[in-house]
Design a protein around this ligand. Sequence first.
Ligand code: 6PG
Length: 249
Amino acid sequence: MRGAAALFVEHARQAVLTRGRFSVALAGGNTPRRAYALLAGEPFRSRVDWSRVHIFWSDERCVPPDDARSNCHMTRTALLDHVPIPSANIYRIRGEIRPAAAAKDYEAALAHYFGTEPVRFDLVILGLGTNGHTASLFPGTPVLNERTRRAAEVYVAELDMWRVTLTVPVINAAAVVAFLVSGADKADALRDVLFGPRDPERMPAQLIQPAAIEISWLVDRAAASRLPVPTETASPIDSNHADAPRDTE
Ligand code: 6PG
């Protein structure tokens, strides 16, 4: 996860230098937790001007903010409660209200931040589900085809849970997208997304095909174990430099 923390620091530095602020949409789930905890400590913490960082999420579960399943709760515990970021710079998806209202509220937050400019995050961090989903773009859900709204509510039947997610156009408009993928249980999905037949209904992460952006895949050896390429070329999550293969334990 050191590679992920280093990537965050580098893109934050560049964005603040060039535009005076850094907008990032964070992934939820478990994988990024370690990267967020690293960012909350040295040497990464003091390399970020937290007053210029604006935190969004790629998606959120429709649960209260203090619920252990909340992505905001996970991020606060691992990172936000430990860095000097102004609370006004944190744009929480309000999981405690009706999903449609939470999506609208989040779209209003996006409009407030980006104003008349296009919604173009400096960095979007994503995870990958074992079924090929990313953010809350789950296989077979209507949100996969949403091209107008910037955020949308989605009912995930397999989890019996409502979620709010950034839509495909917003993610693909980002300057940089970084996938963090860890664990042998992701190996088949990672192979299918990257090297399988194009089938975004079944493997929604394939929809993240940004035209003009950089995609970084930060994967550990276990997740890369089924790729049809030598694993030493995969970017280990734990390395400071993408080309320095290291175990991620
Ligand atoms: C979420 C995430 C989701 C996640 C993947 C991988 O809210 O759960 O946004 O897309 O990134 O499900 O989750 P893990 O990192 O827990 O394996």
